[in-house]
Design a protein around this ligand. Structure first.
Ligand SMILES: O=P(O)(O)OC[C@H]1O[C@H](O)[C@H](O)[C@@H](O)[C@@H]1O
Length: 621
């Protein structure tokens, strides 16, 4: 049986060779303490006025930081020679990965770095303890082990090591056997699986979606589609686009908790489609979830094709290197061992306690400086590469669900966070870069630069000496310069090409930067209490809907029909304070033919005639 070449072959161990890193790749320019003359544009207020305004702002910020490091006054270097020195002095290069990190366009001072040094050392220590198996998620009493997924030997026990290794082997073997046709659907003209339908949401979707967009070949062994919401229209659309191919579709249901409503609804809708097509879902269903979760037990009892474990010490937003990300990727012909190797090499690089040589720490330093350690500026993520389009959506969850917290670890209300948005360049230059360049200064940019434009030998000059890729390169550099010229800061992460290895490295880089930054601002990056609040409120709406339906049905079945006012419905639901929600519930039902709204005096909330099935109930305030 042909196995995927290289995909899951017994490649060398994932243990990284010591990567060669240097912060001084371009000659031995002596590092000088770079000063930042506060040069201000001639258009601004007079220097005196501006400085006093800046002092006020600075004072405000430092008081807002409540004892957090005193913010030094900000001024960006503009002298090209000095900027070049800064670029060289601070450039981080991971030679083996071919990944560079340029932080020279973030205006932190040497003093600032020196003041932050002790806190970085604490953060490095906390990260070391985390990797050794400390309870780094104290609110949930859990370890945080996503780094162990790419180097199982780091896991604190042999049991965990075996779990990680066995799961990776199981993923590889299963993917090989599906692609080779050894595992196939019961009834399909092609005699093999041709598609994947992934059902999951949040961390059970965003990583697989990002990686599919970034790395899936043009003609993958299995094409992937996603149902990542409980929108019936979206579900219908995906099922309709599959059409008869449903018979050769592998349905992967991903949910760490095994109980997320949106995912469960997607599963039930797809199982209905299978029933209506006369297909046996169990023969084409795969579950990726925690052992003994509701989903795991369902899959086991119903005899689904396969089940893969998720571990409680891997969070949804850091699960791309677990079966959650690895199985969909492997089924698309993506070399997952290369993805793991890239992440492992970047992990290793981020274990140094020398700030300047630690790319994740450099990112955290920039985030802290640029957003004053309180999220005062948003992070605009701009990959200048179509295939990295979903990187910012992936980072939205990784960064904002980790850092967006109400309380710090000491119980102080901090309302922390770092807002992430962006799509891709140069496309976004034709959407919102105008505001970034000239408008409200509430952001810093992270450019993701990919040096390789096309595979070797495929380039083409659309004008003498110029290719499409040159334009893309020029647009990135031009935007970076234009923003900086107007005092807008930016970071540039450069990779040679979009490969499993570089994608793995990017995932690792940002996972670690979030962890280090969380230490700097003293919050738990690994729980998500705010999400529970939303889930609970949704449950309450559905419970109220059931009560409303019951009241309306009772009223509509009386002879003659008993007209009720909205207040009376609310009263009978014992929910008088929820009258607005009751109106919305009825309006939603009516809009979906589960109740017909015949125009009352004006169809306003004050006079609604609701037909429930054959009866009608006149509701008016
Ligand atoms: O994987 P599941 O348990 O279905 O959870 C899916 C998502 O649900 C919530 O939104 C959590 O905040 C996310 O971190 C998680 O990724």
């Amino acid at each position: 049986m042909a196995s995927l070449s290289g995909l899951c072959s017994s490649s060398p161990s994932l243990k990284p060779k010591a990567p060669i890193t240097t912060t001084k790749p371009l000659g031995s320019i002596r590092r000088e303490s770079v000063t930042f003359p506060s040069r201000l544009s001639s258009r601004s207020l007079s220097l005196v006025q501006t400085q006093s305004v800046a002092r006020d702002i600075s004072a405000e910020l430092s008081s807002a930081n409540d004892g957090v490091l005193k913010k030094v006054q900000r001024g960006l270097e503009t002298d090209p020679r000095e900027l070049w020195k800064r670029y060289v002095d601070w450039l981080y290069q991971h030679k083996e990965l071919g990944l560079y990190l340029d932080v020279s366009r973030i205006g932190f001072s040497e003093d600032f770095v020196a003041e932050m040094e002790p806190r970085f050392q604490e953060a490095f220590k906390a990260m070391e303890e985390l990797e050794k198996g400390a309870i780094a998620n104290p609110d949930e009493g859990r370890m945080v082990g996503h780094y162990w997924l790419r180097n199982a030997e780091l896991a604190p026990t042999s049991f965990l090591r075996k779990q990680i290794e066995n799961t990776l082997d199981a993923v590889c073997n299963f993917a090989d056997e599906v692609i080779s046709g050894k595992i196939k659907p019961p009834t399909s003209p092609e005699g093999r699986f041709t598609s994947i339908l992934s059902i999951g949401i949040g961390g059970s979707a965003l990583g697989p979606q990002f990686v599919a967009e970034a790395l899936a070949p043009d003609n993958p062994p299995l094409k992937i589609r996603f149902i990542d919401n409980t929108d019936p229209g979206g579900i219908d659309h995906q099922i309709a686009r599959l059409g008869p191919e449903l018979a050769s579709t592998l349905v992967i249901v991903i949910s760490k908790s095994g109980g997320t409503p949106e995912t469960r609804n997607g599963l039930l809708e797809v199982q209905k489609a299978f029933r209506e097509t006369g297909l046996d879902f169990a023969k084409q269903g795969v579950a990726i979830t925690q052992e003994n979760s509701l989903l795991d037990n369902t899959a086991r009892i119903e005899g689904w094709l396969a089940r893969f474990p998720m571990f409680d010490w891997v969070g949804g937003r850091t699960s791309e290197m677990s079966a959650v990300g690895l199985l969909p990727a492997a089924l698309q012909g993506i070399d997952i061992r290369e993805m793991l190797a890239g992440a492992s090499l970047m992990d290793e690089a981020n274990r140094t306690t020398v700030l300047r040589n630690n790319p994740a720490a450099l990112l955290a330093l920039c985030w802290y400086w640029a957003s004053d350690g309180i999220g005062s500026k948003d992070m605009v993520v701009l990959p200048y590469k179509d295939s990295l389009l979903l990187f910012s959506r992936y980072l939205q969850q990784l960064v904002m669900e980790s850092l967006g917290k109400e309380f710090d670890l000491n119980g102080n209300r901090v309302n922390q966070g770092l807002t992430v948005y962006g799509n891709k360049g140069s496309t976004d230059q034709h959407a919102y870069i105008q505001q970034l360049r000239d408008g409200v200064h509430n952001f810093f940019v992270t450019f993701i630069e990919v040096l390789r434009d096309r595979p070797p030998g495929h380039d083409w000059e659309l004008e003498p000496g110029v290719t499409c890729g040159d334009y893309l390169f020029g647009m990135l550099q031009g935007t970076r310069s234009a923003l900086y010229a107007n005092n807008r800061e930016s970071i540039t992460v450069t990779v040679q090409d979009v490969t499993p290895r570089s994608v793995g490295a990017l995932v690792s880089l940002y996972e670690r930067a979030v962890g280090i930054y969380a230490s700097l601002v003293n919050i738990n990056a690994y729980h998500q209490p705010g999400v529970e609040a939303g889930k609970k409120a949704a449950g309450e709406v559905l419970a109220l809907q059931k009560r409303v339906l019951q009241v309306l049905n009772e009223a509509s079945c009386k002879e003659p029909v008993e007209p009720l006012t909205l207040d009376e419905v609310a009263e009978r639901c014992h929910a008088s304070k929820d009258i607005e929600m009751i109106y919305k519930i009825i309006a939603h039902m009516a809009a979906n033919d589960r109740a017909l709204i015949a125009e009352g005096s004006c169809g306003s909330p004050r006079s609604i005639k609701v037909f429930l099935g054959e009866c009608n109930v006149e509701l008016y305030a």
